[in-house]
Structure formats: structure tokens, C-alpha cells
Design a protein around this ligand. Structure first.
Ligand code: FAD
Length: 453
């Protein structure tokens, strides 16, 4: 077997590993029993932006071949699936029967295993929490044997160490997910344009509780009185009665398509300061000042970028970083400072989104915590990027916030215990299931979650 090159979605830190592609669960136990010297880590659809699903010189287990739907109860919405089943596959199978995924990230190309291992959140975190809260049980193959885990059962600590544990407690093989009942494939959306960050935060604080979904696109290049100007979209699933009569017969149809595909090579990248500035201006101006109750297709509302195949190539061969922070409520000044520094630096963030999180869950490495979360895409070659982000990390850690590890590729390890104060608890649980450090990844080595070079 030859090593293959793997990267995260941001394409910034590729490394070579041996790839195992099991199709049967038994093959996973064999892999755990004869581990590679540089360790093993699972990989889903590779949508984590950084190096979480890579393991230089070790074995990466591509779980996407384990993609069977085992059981489905269409009266309760409980589905038992293998971990390589994607969120898209879940929606294709169950939306026509009136069931939607409980937590939807910005792409549908994420596996159930990857969704659990990053404990992903969506635009509804303030109402519904993160993915691990919608799973009633999971099966894990760890170096010390297979386990069946539930969120409040005898090994609940291991369940929560696995949720957000980035594959470092074992390979998730199956999970039971609770889907959400919906009547249609549309979202009823209210849109508002806000002139600056303060207006935006005030609007979100006052109104988010009335909506299941809320997200703001923020213009991180705007300055002065327009700093943080934004387009806020909030909504909920439309009911059948809200659909025009002619749409009702196909109310639950679901067949998302890729509209265009970015070629393999985009010299120099298309997303630079000039194009992003022009895009931001257009996007802000094109949004309605205030619009109420427009019906949007689910795909456009939740996964607009999936219409462009391989859109990450738009950033050119150097790739891009995704930086996502959360600061607790009460630390609004830190959030403002971060947006000011980004705007001053002129870092061209084409996608900057602000959301409000509700309370976090018991997962020691789970990212969401009650507060404001800002996510940014930034081209990797941007000048002074490293020092800018190092500075933001300090500010975020200093106010009790953290950055999202599933998107990280550059955090300095010394900040990790500040950002994740339950880190030692997570390590103690991990030590029990993986005392010999069979599980490892580029991220785990970089952040000192496993010892060794
Ligand atoms: C366009 C885009 C938008 C996104 N939006 C959001 C968002 O809104 N909210 C959010 O939370 N995230 C978001 N993400 C990040 C993404 O949801 C997570 O990184 C998710 O983990 C990716 O799943 P995956 O199947 O691609 O896993 P991979 O990227 O392949 O792996 C991610 C991690 O999960 C582990 N893992 C994967 N499968 C298993 C398994 N079976 N057992 C154990 N560990 C496993 C890997 O080891 C790795 O540590 C977005 C990503 C993209 C590209």
C-alpha cells in the first residue's frame, strides 16, 4: 500500500498517510489490533477545514464505505445508521417522508461520524443545541474494545468525550439519530439589513428567541460607522398551509444539484481583497432592507455553497483558513475588537457569519458554549495573517472563549487548556480507552493531545 496525500477542506496543511477503506465492521477491529506506529484516525467526507482527519505517516480510516441505513422508525423519526452515512443521504431518504436532520451545518457533505466527532452546530444552536444532543446511542470501536454508548448511560463520560473528541477516543461505527418532523421543503425567512455590528447584536439579542434558525452575514471589510454591517436572516420550517397551492403536491421533494464545478486549477485564486470587497458591497446592497416571510428552498437556505462543486479551489493552490471563535455573552467588547482588527487588517473574508449559541453540552472538547460565534474564511496567503489570528486567539482565550478545533489548523497548543478548561477530564477518559495512544492525528500531535513528534 502506498501513502496518499490528504488535506482538510481549506487545503493548507496536506500530509501523507496510508488509507484503509473498510466496508465491514470486522475490518475496523483488525486495524485497531495491529495499529500503525504513527497512529490511526477516522475520516469522513473531509469537510473539517484543518488537519483533524489526517495522520502523517499513520493510517487514516476512510469510513465513508460504512454507509448503510440500518433501521428507521417513521413514526418517531429515530434512525439507526452507519457512521459513513452523509447528511445528504439522510435528507434524500427521509425528507420525502417528513423528517429533516436536527442540526445542519453549512454543507450537507458531512458524515454522521464526522458530525458527532466535531459535535457540529447549526443556525438553530440557540434553540436545539448541537448534534450530540440528538443522538440517543452510538457504537464505538476503541483500542480497548467495542462499546455501545448513550448520553446518560453507564459510560456517559466516554459518550461525551467522543462528541467533539475528533476521533481520538475511537472510530464511531453506528449511531441512532433523532430526526425533526417537517411538513415542507421550504423555510419561511425574515431578512433585515443592519447598518453596523451594534445594531446587529441588538437585533439578534432582542429577536433570536422567536426563531428556530438565525444567522447573520457580516461585512468584515466595512469600517467606521459601518463596521460589522450585516444581513440577518431568521426563520423556521414552513408549514404545508403556508405553501402556495401549486407547490403543495411536491412539498417534500428533495433533489439537490451541483450547478457549476470549479476547475482543478484556479491560478492565483479568485477570492482576493478586490473581488471580496466588490462581492461584499453587492451582497449588502442586494439584500432587502426588511423582508418578511419569504419562502426559501431548504437547499438554498442551509447549503448554498454546495451548489458550487469544489468551491474551495476558488482560493487557489495556497488554500484558505477557516477561523471560528466563540466568546461568552458579556464579552461583546472582545467580539467588537476582533471585528475591528479584521477590518483594519484588510483580510478578505468572503464568508463571515455571526450566530448566537445557547448553552453548551457536557462534551469537554465540544465547541459551542453560550455566547456569540463568528466564523470567517480567509485566504492563506493574506499578509500578517498568522500574527493577526494569534492576537485574536489571545483575546478570545482571555475572555473565556475558544476556537473551533474542527476548523483549526494553526492554534498554539499552550492556549488549549484556557479555551477548553475540561481538557484534563477529556484526557482522563481518553487514557482509559486508549492508554497506548493508538489513535492520533496531525491535529492531535500539533496540539499536544498525544505525545510524540
Ligand atoms: C462549507 C462548510 C460549512 C460548514 N459549516 C459548519 C457549521 O455550520 N457548523 C459546524 O459545526 N461545522 C461546520 N463545518 C465543519 C464540518 O461540519 C465538520 O468539520 C465535520 O466534522 C465534517 O464531517 P466529515 O464527515 O467531513 O468529517 P472529517 O472532516 O473527515 O473528519 C472530522 C473529524 O471527525 C473525525 N471523524 C470522522 N468520522 C469519524 C468516525 N466515524 N469516528 C470517529 N471520528 C470520526 C475525524 O477523525 C476528524 O477528527 C462546515 C464545513 C464546511 C466545508
Amino acid at each position: 500500500m502506498k501513502p496518499e496525500c490528504l488535506a482538510g477542506w481549506g487545503r493548507t496543511a496536506p500530509s501523507r498517510a496510508y488509507i484503509a477503506r473498510p466496508h465491514q465492521l470486522g475490518q475496523l477491529s483488525d486495524l485497531m489490533e495491529s495499529p500503525a506506529p504513527r497512529g490511526i484516525v477516522a475520516r469522513g467526507l473531509g469537510r473539517s477545514y484543518g488537519d483533524a482527519a489526517q495522520c502523517a505517516g499513520g493510517t487514516v480510516v476512510d469510513v465513508t464505505g460504512l454507509d448503510r441505513i440500518r433501521q428507521a422508525d417513521l413514526t418517531t423519526g429515530q434512525v439507526r445508521v452507519e457512521a459513513g452515512v452523509s447528511l445528504e443521504a439522510l435528507m434524500r431518504a427521509f425528507l420525502p417522508r417528513g423528517w429533516f436532520i436536527p442540526v445542519s451545518p453549512g454543507t450537507r457533505h458531512v458524515t454522521v461520524g464526522g458530525a458527532l466527532a466535531a459535535d457540529i452546530h447549526g443556525k438553530n444552536h440557540h434553540q436545539d443545541g448541537s448534534f450530540a444532543n440528538h443522538v440517543s446511542s452510538l457504537d464505538l470501536i476503541s483500542p480497548t474494545g467495542p462499546r455501545s454508548l448513550t448520553p446518560s448511560g453507564p459510560e456517559a463520560d466516554l459518550y461525551w468525550a467522543t462528541a467533539g473528541g475528533l476521533g481520538l477516543t475511537g472510530i464511531i461505527t453506528e449511531a441512532t439519530v433523532s430526526l425533526m418532523a417537517v411538513e415542507t421543503n421550504r423555510v419561511r425567512v425574515d431578512t433585515e439589513r443592519l447598518a453596523n455590528l451594534d445594531e446587529l447584536m441588538a437585533a439578534m439579542e432582542a429577536g433570536d428567541e422567536a426563531y428556530r434558525y438565525s444567522v447573520a452575514w457580516v461585512d468584515c471589510l466595512a469600517k467606521g460607522r459601518s463596521l460589522g454591517r450585516a444581513v440577518l436572516t431568521r426563520g423556521d420550517h414552513a408549514t404545508l398551509a403556508e405553501l402556495p397551492a401549486k407547490q403543495r403536491p411536491a412539498a417534500l421533494a428533495y433533489d439537490p444539484r451541483v450547478r457549476v464545478r470549479v476547475p482543478a486549477v484556479v491560478p492565483g485564486g479568485l477570492l482576493n481583497l478586490a473581488t471580496v470587497r466588490a462581492f461584499n458591497e453587492l451582497w449588502y446592497r442586494k439584500a432587502p432592507r426588511r423582508e418578511h416571510g419569504r419562502l426559501h428552498p431548504l437547499t438554498g437556505f442551509f447549503h448554498p455553497l454546495d451548489a458550487i462543486g469544489s468551491w474551495n479551489r476558488l482560493y487557489g493552490s495556497r488554500g484558505f483558513l477557516q477561523y471560528q471563535l466563540v466568546v461568552p455573552f458579556g464579552a461583546e467588547d472582545t467580539l467588537r475588537l476582533c471585528v475591528e482588527r479584521l477590518s483594519d487588517s484588510g483580510c478578505a473574508s468572503f464568508l463571515a457569519v455571526l450566530k448566537r449559541f445557547g448553552p453548551g453540552d457536557p462534551g469537554p472538547l465540544s465547541f459551542p458554549m453560550a455566547g456569540w460565534t463568528l466564523a470567517l474564511d480567509i485566504p492563506a496567503g493574506a499578509p500578517q495573517l498568522w500574527s493577526l489570528l494569534d492576537g485574536l486567539d489571545e483575546e478570545v482565550a482571555g475572555c473565556g472563549g475558544r476556537v473551533y478545533l474542527a476548523k483549526d489548523s494553526r492554534l498554539r497548543p499552550e492556549l488549549l487548556p484556557n479555551m477548553y478548561p475540561l481538557l484534563d477530564k477529556w484526557k482522563a477518559v481518553r487514557d482509559q480507552v486508549d492508554p497506548d495512544r493508538v489513535l492520533s492525528s496531525d491535529l492531535a500531535r500539533r496540539l499536544g493531545l498525544v505525545e510524540g513528534p
